[in-house]
Design a binder for this molecule. Structure first.
Ligand SMILES: [Zn+2]
Length: 281
């Protein structure tokens, strides 16, 4: 066992070539091999090194790259976990719906369904969300500390496999990201609208009232002086129209995010869902 860049990695050392060749590495669990037999060319397996190579100047860089690659494959991040506080449950529900609509059996008892896998790969079942099973494949949606974000582990036949290349996860990640972004936009618009309303309310309640009742006489005098050629009534009508348009524009700005929010739902289309255009033909 060793620590490398805050990640636990393990090196299996071999002094015997046959033993080395028979050994079944768990590279996804960051298990690497080191040979103490033959020379550097004796090691041609992926993620295995001769002890001489460990001393190379560029080994750290190479190893760091390989650990990074394996770590990403161990759990595929699809979104950050922390910032979703407040509506994380709805995202989780949406993901469960996605898996079940895509033909997976969804179970929340990950510790039971994936008992062997979670123990073997040291996955904290207190931080797993749910598992989607189909045939020999199990996708565990999880926020354990194996990767920084909210992620998916993919097990096939009891062994961990990269979830990175699966259509399902790629499709899911894209759709849920769009959903979350839309939701965040609506929330932001609503906040802007409500700030707008409070500013306007303050402005109107203080400024307007004072102005209206205190200076009404003066205003009409000034208006009569400067707009002598104008009909005061016409000016009032224009002002009123202008006000009306402004009020409608304002109402749209304020109401729009709430209308968006009203029609928004967290459901995402399952994998291979046909768009309405396709199903007609
Ligand atoms: Zn995890």
């Amino acid at each position: 066992m060793a620590r490398f860049d805050n990640t636990e990695v393990s090196f299996q050392c071999f002094f015997d070539r046959d033993e080395f060749e028979r050994y079944d590495f768990e590279h996804q669990a960051l298990e690497f091999g080191v040979s103490f037999f033959g020379d550097a060319s004796a090691v041609e397996r992926e993620y295995c090194y001769s002890w001489r190579q460990l001393l190379d100047d560029d080994f750290r860089e190479r190893f760091s790259r390989e650990v990074q690659g394996l770590r990403e494959a161990f759990g595929v991040d699809f979104y950050e976990y922390e910032p979703l506080e407040g509506y994380r449950d709805r995202v989780r529900q949406s993901l469960r719906g996605y898996f079940s609509e895509s033909g997976y059996e969804v179970r929340r008892e990950v510790g039971e369904v994936c008992a062997a896998e979670t123990i073997q790969y040291d996955i904290d079942t207190g931080k797993t969300d749910f598992v989607g099973c189909e045939g020999k494949s199990k996708f565990v949606v999880c926020h354990c500390n194996k990767t920084p974000g909210w992620h998916v582990h993919h097990f096939r036949d009891g062994r961990i496999e990269s979830a990175e290349q699966t259509d399902l996860i790629e499709d899911m990640a894209g759709k849920i990201e769009d959903k979350i972004n839309t939701y965040q936009d609506i929330r932001e618009d609503k906040q802007t609208a409500s700030r707008f309303v409070s500013v306007l309310a303050t402005f109107f309640s203080i400024g307007f009232v004072v102005l209206l009742f205190d200076r009404l006489g003066e205003i009409s005098v000034i208006l009569q002086e400067y707009v002598t050629g104008w009909n005061l009534e016409l000016a009032a009508v224009i002002l009123l129209l202008f006000n009306g348009v402004a009020a409608i524009a304002l109402a749209v700005v304020i109401v729009k995010p709430y209308a968006h929010d009203f029609v928004f739902d967290w459901e995402i289309d399952p994998l291979d869902a046909q768009s309405p255009d396709d199903s007609d033909s």
